[in-house]
Unconditional design. Structure first.
Length: 365
């Protein structure tokens, strides 16, 4: 008999490079390799099988009604699970309109990658050396945002004394004290929301604050206020480009408030790292590709004046200062044989611009 627990133990032995597991009522056990999801030949899973696994993993004692809890939380629940000596970030969700359960499980690595090992552009790495400001890491789900920020926190922790507070949903990487003292808090367990946790954190004398995600206006306001008052704040957003990230922050505000926030963001922003994590040409690994925007004077001026449409051109003019443009980086990866043209184009937020950039790199008209 196949059980979810037994299948997870099997792939932990045989497929070390998997990143995610997908469990759905009515579908076979699936897991993600660098080149996409692999469906096993196992019988379809059931909602009860998922609940049984949660009980076996120690997450459930059988008393919590997960269907009801998910409905009360907008149709899903986020939590962490440890099983077979591996930690997972889980999202339990309802689907199908009839209360069927599914669960996505992201494998969490206990080893925090060294910041240098990520091959980030020099400008992006320099953000971790700042004492104050707002650093944003953006991208789609699964693009490595949490890993990038965890590596930055680990670097800060290893290089200078201070108090680092993280607010996460759930805690992904365990940060152990080095030169700094690190306090990690989990939303739903230690604090009710990111915004409430951040307000409390600012009363606890932090030097650096990590916010797992800026999801709403309240969290955005608190993050900007923290950066304004002399803290280094790191967070994530689900945006596809550096310029879109600024638009997303301003979308939380309206009218005169938006105009005022343009000045605030222009003053406190350190930089934006927008990233994608596509499979390599050989399908054996995934490749980090980044767009990096530093808050240089021309960038700050465009944000302050609300001329966000100028940001891509301002970034292009700042390549000599270390800024990078996603399409240029994708084309470089294609030219070096790291990515296929098709994969790179799929990762671009401007595929037609990618085509133009690729033709120019090859000398085509």
């Amino acid at each position: 008999m196949y059980t979810i627990a037994a299948l997870i133990q099997q792939i932990n032995k045989e497929a070390h490079n998997y990143s995610d597991i997908l469990l759905k009522d009515g579908e076979p056990f699936q897991f993600r390799l660098p080149n996409g999801y692999a469906k096993t030949q196992t019988p379809p899973l059931s909602s009860q099988a998922i609940l049984d696994f949660l009980k076996e993993s120690g997450k459930s004692d059988g008393t919590l009604d997960y269907h009801m809890a998910a409905r009360e939380n907008g149709g899903h629940l986020d939590f962490a699970v440890s099983f077979d000596n591996v930690r997972y970030r889980c999202n339990l969700f309802l689907y199908g309109g009839v209360g069927r359960l599914g669960m996505s499980m992201r494998k969490l690595n206990d080893n925090i990658p060294d910041l240098d090992s990520l091959a980030l552009p020099k400008l992006a790495k320099s953000f971790a050396n700042r004492a104050t400001g707002l650093v944003l890491c953006t991208g789609a789900t699964g693009s490595g945002k949490s890993t990038t920020l965890a590596s930055m926190i680990d670097y800060i922790n290893a290089t200078r004394p201070g108090h680092i507070i993280t607010l996460e949903d759930p805690i992904e990487y365990i940060q152990r004290n080095k030169k700094s003292s690190v306090t990690q808090r989990e939303v739903g367990e230690d604090v009710s929301t990111f915004a409430h946790g951040l307000k409390a954190a600012l009363r606890e004398d932090p030097d650096v604050v990590l916010i797992g995600e800026i999801r709403d206006r309240e969290t955005c306001e608190a993050a900007l206020a923290a950066a304004e008052t002399g803290h280094l704040v790191l967070s994530t957003l689900h945006t596809t480009s550096a310029a879109k990230t600024i638009e997303r922050l301003l979308d939380f505000f309206h009218g005169e408030e938006k105009t005022a926030m343009q000045s605030v963001i222009a003053s406190v922003l350190t930089g934006v790292i927008s990233q994608v994590l596509p499979p390599s040409m050989d399908g054996r690994s995934r490749v980090l590709v980044t767009e990096v925007m530093g808050n240089f004077s021309n960038i700050a001026a465009s944000i302050r004046q609300g001329k966000l449409q100028q940001l891509p051109n301002e970034m292009a003019q700042g390549i000599k200062d270390g800024q990078t443009i996603l399409n240029k980086e994708l084309v470089r990866m294609v030219s070096e044989g790291v990515l296929s043209k098709e994969t790179a184009r799929m990762c671009s937020y401007d595929p037609y611009g990618f085509d133009t950039e690729l033709k120019a790199s090859r000398g085509d008209r």
